[in-house]
Design a protein around this ligand. Structure first.
Ligand code: IPE
Length: 235
Protein backbone atom coordinates (compact mmCIF):
# COMPACT_ATOMS: atom_id res chain seq x y z
CA UNK A 1 0.00 0.00 0.00
CA UNK A 2 1.22 3.43 -0.91
CA UNK A 3 0.46 6.50 1.13
CA UNK A 4 0.77 9.33 -1.36
CA UNK A 5 2.64 12.50 -0.59
CA UNK A 6 -0.63 14.41 -0.80
CA UNK A 7 -1.97 12.25 2.06
CA UNK A 8 0.92 12.43 4.50
CA UNK A 9 2.09 16.00 3.78
CA UNK A 10 0.55 19.39 3.24
CA UNK A 11 1.54 20.01 -0.38
CA UNK A 12 1.02 23.78 -0.02
CA UNK A 13 3.62 24.13 2.74
CA UNK A 14 7.28 23.14 2.26
CA UNK A 15 8.36 20.28 4.49
CA UNK A 16 5.12 19.99 6.40
CA UNK A 17 3.99 16.53 7.44
CA UNK A 18 0.43 15.76 8.52
CA UNK A 19 1.67 14.24 11.75
CA UNK A 20 -1.76 13.73 13.33
CA UNK A 21 -3.05 11.85 10.31
CA UNK A 22 0.18 9.83 10.02
CA UNK A 23 -0.27 8.73 13.65
CA UNK A 24 -3.88 7.71 12.97
CA UNK A 25 -2.87 5.78 9.85
CA UNK A 26 -0.12 3.93 11.75
CA UNK A 27 -2.69 3.01 14.44
CA UNK A 28 -4.74 1.24 11.76
CA UNK A 29 -1.76 -0.96 10.91
CA UNK A 30 -1.21 -2.15 14.47
CA UNK A 31 -3.85 -4.86 14.51
CA UNK A 32 -3.11 -6.06 10.99
CA UNK A 33 -1.83 -9.62 11.13
CA UNK A 34 -1.14 -10.21 7.47
CA UNK A 35 1.94 -9.15 5.60
CA UNK A 36 2.20 -5.59 4.41
CA UNK A 37 4.69 -3.54 2.45
CA UNK A 38 4.33 0.18 2.95
CA UNK A 39 5.41 2.77 0.39
CA UNK A 40 5.16 6.51 0.73
CA UNK A 41 5.52 9.52 -1.50
CA UNK A 42 7.49 12.73 -1.23
CA UNK A 43 4.83 15.45 -1.13
CA UNK A 44 6.07 18.77 0.21
CA UNK A 45 9.41 17.20 1.17
CA UNK A 46 10.82 15.42 -1.91
CA UNK A 47 8.81 17.16 -4.63
CA UNK A 48 9.40 20.58 -3.18
CA UNK A 49 13.17 20.11 -2.98
CA UNK A 50 13.37 18.35 -6.36
CA UNK A 51 11.79 21.40 -7.98
CA UNK A 52 14.14 23.76 -6.18
CA UNK A 53 17.45 22.14 -7.05
CA UNK A 54 18.99 22.86 -10.44
CA UNK A 55 19.58 19.21 -11.19
CA UNK A 56 19.43 15.98 -9.25
CA UNK A 57 23.17 15.59 -9.73
CA UNK A 58 23.75 18.88 -7.89
CA UNK A 59 20.89 18.48 -5.43
CA UNK A 60 20.97 14.76 -4.66
CA UNK A 61 21.88 15.19 -1.00
CA UNK A 62 19.39 18.01 -0.43
CA UNK A 63 16.47 16.04 -1.93
CA UNK A 64 17.42 12.88 -0.05
CA UNK A 65 17.87 14.79 3.22
CA UNK A 66 14.30 16.10 2.82
CA UNK A 67 13.01 12.58 2.16
CA UNK A 68 14.88 11.23 5.17
CA UNK A 69 13.22 13.87 7.35
CA UNK A 70 9.83 12.58 6.19
CA UNK A 71 10.95 8.97 6.66
CA UNK A 72 11.89 9.96 10.22
CA UNK A 73 8.39 11.31 10.84
CA UNK A 74 6.92 8.03 9.57
CA UNK A 75 9.31 5.97 11.69
CA UNK A 76 8.57 7.99 14.81
CA UNK A 77 4.83 7.46 14.30
CA UNK A 78 5.48 3.74 13.75
CA UNK A 79 7.48 3.48 16.97
CA UNK A 80 4.74 5.27 18.92
CA UNK A 81 2.02 3.05 17.46
CA UNK A 82 4.07 -0.13 17.80
CA UNK A 83 4.32 -0.98 14.12
CA UNK A 84 7.58 -2.76 13.23
CA UNK A 85 8.43 -0.63 10.22
CA UNK A 86 11.80 -1.20 8.54
CA UNK A 87 12.70 1.66 6.20
CA UNK A 88 14.56 0.69 3.04
CA UNK A 89 15.92 3.07 0.39
CA UNK A 90 14.33 2.04 -2.92
CA UNK A 91 17.73 1.94 -4.65
CA UNK A 92 17.88 -1.64 -3.28
CA UNK A 93 15.20 -2.52 -5.87
CA UNK A 94 17.63 -1.73 -8.70
CA UNK A 95 19.30 -5.03 -7.76
CA UNK A 96 16.42 -7.18 -6.55
CA UNK A 97 13.41 -7.43 -4.28
CA UNK A 98 15.21 -9.92 -1.99
CA UNK A 99 15.86 -7.56 0.92
CA UNK A 100 12.17 -6.65 1.01
CA UNK A 101 11.30 -10.34 1.33
CA UNK A 102 13.91 -10.88 4.07
CA UNK A 103 12.45 -8.00 6.06
CA UNK A 104 8.91 -9.39 5.61
CA UNK A 105 10.07 -12.83 6.74
CA UNK A 106 11.22 -11.29 10.00
CA UNK A 107 7.74 -10.02 10.72
CA UNK A 108 8.50 -6.40 9.89
CA UNK A 109 6.71 -4.00 7.56
CA UNK A 110 9.21 -2.95 4.88
CA UNK A 111 8.71 0.73 4.15
CA UNK A 112 10.04 2.20 0.92
CA UNK A 113 9.67 5.75 -0.33
CA UNK A 114 10.01 7.91 -3.43
CA UNK A 115 13.71 8.72 -3.66
CA UNK A 116 16.64 9.71 -5.85
CA UNK A 117 18.33 6.65 -7.34
CA UNK A 118 21.35 6.17 -9.62
CA UNK A 119 20.51 6.14 -13.35
CA UNK A 120 22.88 6.23 -16.31
CA UNK A 121 25.74 8.56 -15.38
CA UNK A 122 23.59 10.48 -12.91
CA UNK A 123 20.41 10.18 -10.91
CA UNK A 124 16.65 10.04 -11.38
CA UNK A 125 13.62 9.98 -9.12
CA UNK A 126 12.02 6.62 -8.44
CA UNK A 127 8.45 7.45 -7.46
CA UNK A 128 6.39 5.56 -4.92
CA UNK A 129 4.16 4.50 -7.80
CA UNK A 130 7.12 2.92 -9.61
CA UNK A 131 8.04 1.15 -6.37
CA UNK A 132 4.51 -0.34 -6.19
CA UNK A 133 4.87 -1.66 -9.71
CA UNK A 134 8.29 -3.16 -8.99
CA UNK A 135 6.96 -4.87 -5.85
CA UNK A 136 3.89 -6.30 -7.54
CA UNK A 137 6.11 -9.13 -8.83
CA UNK A 138 6.06 -10.52 -5.29
CA UNK A 139 2.92 -12.60 -5.05
CA UNK A 140 0.88 -9.82 -3.46
CA UNK A 141 -2.90 -10.13 -2.99
CA UNK A 142 -3.55 -6.53 -3.89
CA UNK A 143 -1.93 -3.18 -4.46
CA UNK A 144 -3.33 0.07 -3.06
CA UNK A 145 -2.60 3.55 -4.32
CA UNK A 146 -3.61 5.71 -1.33
CA UNK A 147 -4.43 9.18 -2.63
CA UNK A 148 -6.20 12.28 -1.31
CA UNK A 149 -9.21 11.76 -3.60
CA UNK A 150 -11.75 8.95 -3.41
CA UNK A 151 -10.97 7.30 -6.73
CA UNK A 152 -10.37 7.98 -10.39
CA UNK A 153 -12.78 10.44 -12.01
CA UNK A 154 -13.70 10.66 -15.71
CA UNK A 155 -12.55 14.28 -15.96
CA UNK A 156 -11.21 15.62 -12.70
CA UNK A 157 -11.69 14.90 -9.01
CA UNK A 158 -15.00 16.02 -7.60
CA UNK A 159 -16.73 16.33 -10.98
CA UNK A 160 -19.26 13.50 -11.35
CA UNK A 161 -18.63 10.14 -9.71
CA UNK A 162 -15.39 8.14 -9.50
CA UNK A 163 -15.24 4.90 -11.50
CA UNK A 164 -16.09 1.79 -9.45
CA UNK A 165 -14.12 -0.49 -11.71
CA UNK A 166 -11.84 -0.30 -14.75
CA UNK A 167 -10.19 -2.97 -16.85
CA UNK A 168 -6.49 -2.48 -17.63
CA UNK A 169 -7.50 -1.42 -21.16
CA UNK A 170 -9.96 1.15 -19.87
CA UNK A 171 -7.39 2.47 -17.39
CA UNK A 172 -4.87 2.92 -20.23
CA UNK A 173 -7.38 4.73 -22.44
CA UNK A 174 -8.29 7.03 -19.57
CA UNK A 175 -4.60 7.73 -18.89
CA UNK A 176 -4.24 8.92 -22.51
CA UNK A 177 -7.20 11.23 -22.08
CA UNK A 178 -6.15 12.64 -18.70
CA UNK A 179 -2.48 13.12 -19.67
CA UNK A 180 -1.21 16.43 -18.43
CA UNK A 181 -4.44 17.31 -16.68
CA UNK A 182 -3.09 16.75 -13.17
CA UNK A 183 -0.90 19.85 -12.85
CA UNK A 184 2.69 20.02 -11.63
CA UNK A 185 4.11 16.79 -10.32
CA UNK A 186 7.70 15.79 -10.99
CA UNK A 187 6.70 12.15 -11.27
CA UNK A 188 3.61 12.11 -13.47
CA UNK A 189 0.30 12.43 -11.60
CA UNK A 190 -2.84 10.43 -12.26
CA UNK A 191 -2.09 9.37 -15.88
CA UNK A 192 1.12 7.68 -14.78
CA UNK A 193 -0.66 6.06 -11.83
CA UNK A 194 -3.29 4.63 -14.19
CA UNK A 195 -0.64 3.22 -16.53
CA UNK A 196 1.12 1.52 -13.66
CA UNK A 197 -2.18 0.27 -12.24
CA UNK A 198 -3.04 -1.17 -15.67
CA UNK A 199 0.27 -3.04 -15.89
CA UNK A 200 -0.08 -4.45 -12.37
CA UNK A 201 -3.69 -5.53 -13.01
CA UNK A 202 -2.66 -7.06 -16.34
CA UNK A 203 -0.39 -9.39 -14.36
CA UNK A 204 -3.43 -10.59 -12.40
CA UNK A 205 -3.12 -8.47 -9.25
CA UNK A 206 -6.09 -6.43 -8.05
CA UNK A 207 -5.37 -2.69 -7.76
CA UNK A 208 -7.34 -0.17 -5.73
CA UNK A 209 -6.96 3.59 -6.02
CA UNK A 210 -8.57 5.09 -2.95
CA UNK A 211 -8.68 7.99 -0.51
CA UNK A 212 -6.16 7.17 2.23
CA UNK A 213 -6.70 10.48 4.03
CA UNK A 214 -9.69 8.69 5.60
CA UNK A 215 -8.08 6.05 7.88
CA UNK A 216 -11.26 3.91 7.68
CA UNK A 217 -10.44 3.31 4.02
CA UNK A 218 -7.06 1.89 5.00
CA UNK A 219 -8.90 -0.65 7.21
CA UNK A 220 -11.19 -1.48 4.30
CA UNK A 221 -8.29 -1.91 1.92
CA UNK A 222 -6.43 -4.19 4.36
CA UNK A 223 -9.55 -6.30 4.88
CA UNK A 224 -9.85 -6.80 1.15
CA UNK A 225 -13.01 -4.74 0.77
CA UNK A 226 -13.71 -2.63 -2.26
CA UNK A 227 -12.73 0.96 -1.83
CA UNK A 228 -12.29 3.73 -4.40
CA UNK A 229 -11.63 2.68 -7.99
CA UNK A 230 -10.71 -0.93 -8.63
CA UNK A 231 -8.57 -1.91 -11.63
CA UNK A 232 -8.86 -5.59 -12.37
CA UNK A 233 -8.40 -7.95 -15.28
CA UNK A 234 -11.59 -9.59 -16.47
CA UNK A 235 -10.91 -12.99 -17.95
C1 IPE B 1 8.56 11.52 -5.02
O1 IPE B 1 7.83 10.37 -4.75
C2 IPE B 1 9.90 11.47 -4.33
C3 IPE B 1 10.76 12.62 -4.65
C4 IPE B 1 10.40 13.68 -5.28
C5 IPE B 1 12.15 12.51 -4.20
P1 IPE B 1 6.31 10.25 -5.27
O2 IPE B 1 6.22 10.75 -6.67
O3 IPE B 1 5.88 8.87 -5.02
O4 IPE B 1 5.56 11.25 -4.29
P2 IPE B 1 4.05 11.76 -4.27
O5 IPE B 1 3.22 10.67 -3.72
O6 IPE B 1 3.68 12.11 -5.70
O7 IPE B 1 4.11 12.97 -3.38
Amino acid sequence: MKLGGSVITDKRRPRTAREGLIRELMQRLVGWEGRLILVHGGGSFGHYEARRVGSLEEGVTRVREAMHELVGVMERAAVEAGVRVYALPPAVLLRSVNVVVEVLERGCVPMLYGDVVPAGDGFRIMSGDEILERLAVLRVDRVGFGMDVDGVYPERPGVGEPFKELTPGEARALAERLEGAAGVDVTGGIAEKLRRAARIAEAGVEVLLFDASDPDNVDRFLRGERVGTRVVRRD
